[in-house]
Design a protein around this ligand. Structure first.
Ligand code: RP5
Length: 182
């Protein structure tokens, strides 16, 4: 599968509009229906000015593209892959099986089991091939992106400084909280 063909499988136009030529973080999802959750990861990466790409790569509908993406991830310079999926959410685990780039899994809420199935599918990786697993839904997607920034901060002070500033803003917001009167 050529790079162009994999790119053609990108998520919606909003995601496509912000693809970087040399991404450090890949944001993958099993379906465009995952975008409402996974866009929260993209939003954080944009806030931190992290070069990223966002694509639909379905594990069971695009297995060849998924393997190609994982096989090329390290040589393409990716430092983390955030992968979101719902139901029998095998995308993060299968990516992790084919690359040594850290995979951060985001369980997306499913129609019937509300994402508990997705969470269990992602978090219960057998020993030897880890997937860092985050909360179901928006918080998980945003936190996966923050975690990716923290990984980048290990070798780039710029990202560490941005993370520290972000934490300070949260601290100030919490300290300014006022409880309503009874
Ligand atoms: C998974 O199946 C996707 O990650 C998505 O969460 C779920 C439903 O996919 P669609 O039927 O909406 O394409 O592969």
């Amino acid at each position: 599968m050529s790079e162009a063909a994999v790119t053609a499988a990108s998520a919606g136009s909003e995601a496509r509009a912000h693809q970087h030529d040399s991404p450090l973080v890949g944001v993958l999802m099993g379906s465009s229906s995952d975008w409402d959750v996974m866009k929260h990861a993209v939003s954080v990466l944009r806030d931190f000015d992290v070069p990223y790409e966002a694509r639909v790569v379905s594990a069971h509908r695009m297995p060849d593209e998924m393997f190609t993406y994982a096989e090329q991830a390290r040589e393409r310079g990716l430092r983390a892959i955030i992968a979101g999926a719902g139901g029998a959410a095998h995308l993060p685990g299968m990516l992790a099986a084919k690359t040594t780039v850290p995979v951060l899994g985001v369980p997306v809420a499913s129609k019937y089991l509300k994402g508990v199935d997705s969470l269990h599918s992602i978090v219960q990786m057998p020993k030897g091939v880890p997937v860092a697993t985050f909360a179901i839904g928006e918080a998980g997607a945003a936190n996966a992106a923050l975690f990716a920034v923290a990984l980048l901060a290990g070798t780039a002070d710029l990202y560490a400084e941005r993370l520290a500033a972000f934490r300070l803003k949260q601290n100030e917001a919490a300290r300014a909280m006022v409880l309503p009167a009874l």
